[in-house]
Design a protein around this ligand. Structure first.
Ligand SMILES: Cc1cc2nc3c(=O)[nH]c(=O)nc-3n(C[C@H](O)[C@H](O)[C@H](O)COP(=O)(O)OP(=O)(O)OC[C@H]3O[C@@H](n4cnc5c(N)ncnc54)[C@H](O)[C@@H]3O)c2cc1C
Length: 304
């Protein structure tokens, strides 16, 4: 049997969102020398969520509490946590190298997650931070008693809109389709509130304002009427774009850029795994990210 090459770590996990934190803990608990890198906001997307839903045993916990608890487990398990972005990942055949980070590993678990998609309409970029926000829990308080809009029809959009409805005078949800993809409890809760309003089958054409958001220009799909809706802030939650630029260009991806994996979360590149929001077919929730993480760490452990 060929001897394993000398590497700084057996496993490197890139990204310390929910998926990366869980994978690093699991790998270290399997006895593997494990490093974990993260480029910014430790905890990733869930960190700013005020009340996490659908996570067994932790219903309603804040995202920050969940991240803190998982970070404690990472450190307790003996993971070598290194803050800092990974800018390059290279296959050396028998192992992987992160040249700018001075690390090498037999297996790499890519847990780089995803970015929230933007609307890509006039006014959005100029007014980001001045009424355009993707964090209701961070910025909602700035618009207390005012009228705001949320764009999107999934769980995240409804969850953030329900939070805003507690603070704002009116919340208008702008949805592209005629049906929502969110869980029925969220939709029922929203429909029962007197200050939540809906524009179904509608596109955002422009966000208007100079120093802040004043209004949004909407257009009904199927050639519908235009409408100028006066608002003070708009919160787009229209899906996620997987961050997979670090994986080799030839690695198989789906139409959204998510890495295609097998049941053990391995990509078609030997020794490279992808989990959570970075992979094709991610279930979308914290529990899915954790399940991916455990599958990948255990498959990697068995393969060494
Ligand atoms: C508004 C909102 C509300 C949500 N609410 C819920 C909920 O109530 N319940 C639920 O179960 N799920 C919820 N989710 C979904 C949940 O947040 C995600 O499924 C989960 O957080 C995905 O985790 P992840 O680790 O795969 O990715 P991410 O959270 O995106 O983490 C990826 C991490 O990798 C880091 N990274 C990226 N590139 C690099 C690099 N090159 N070098 C180093 N680090 C890098 C990022 O900085 C980040 O920390 C919500 C999502 C959103 C957006």
């Amino acid at each position: 049997m060929a001897r394993a090459p000398r590497t700084t770590h057996q496993i490197v996990v890139i990204g310390a969102g929910i998926a990366g934190l869980a994978a690093a803990t699991e790998a270290a608990r399997c006895g593997l020398k494990t490093a974990l890198f993260d480029d910014g906001l430790l905890g990733g997307l869930i960190t700013n969520v005020g009340a996490v839903h659908g996570h067994p045993g932790q219903e309603g916990a804040t995202g920050a509490d969940l991240v803190n608890a998982m970070l404690g487990e990472v450190l307790e398990a003996g993971v070598d946590y290194q803050p800092g972005a990974v800018s390059e990942l290279t296959s050396l055949g028998s192992h992987w190298s992160l040249p700018a980070n001075g690390a090498t590993a037999l297996r790499v678990i890519l847990a780089t997650g995803a970015e929230l998609r933007t609307l890509d309409v006039p006014g959005e970029e100029q007014l980001t931070g001045r009424g355009v926000s993707q964090c209701a829990f961070c910025d909602g308080g700035l618009y207390k008693g005012r009228d705001v809009a949320v764009v999107g029809g999934g769980d995240a959009a409804f969850q953030e809109a329900l939070h805003l409805a507690e603070l704002c005078a009116n919340v208008t949800m702008i949805l592209r389709g005629r049906k929502s993809r969110a869980r029925p409890t969220f939709v029922r809760q929203a429909a029962d509130l007197g200050n939540m309003h809906f524009r179904w089958n509608t596109d955002v054409q422009e966000i208007m304002g100079d120093d802040g958001v004043d209004a949004v220009r909407l257009k009904g799909q199927d050639g519908g009427e235009e409408e100028i809706l006066s608002i003070s802030a708009i919160f787009p939650f229209i899906g996620l774009a997987p961050r997979t630029a670090l994986a080799p260009e030839q690695a198989k991806r789906d139409n959204h850029g998510g890495l295609v994996v097998d049941l053990g979360m391995q990509t078609d590149q030997d020794g490279l795994y992808a989990i959570g929001a970075a992979r094709a077919g991610h279930g979308g929730q914290v529990a899915h990210a954790i399940a991916d993480a455990k599958s990948a760490a255990q498959a990697a452990w068995r393969s060494i």
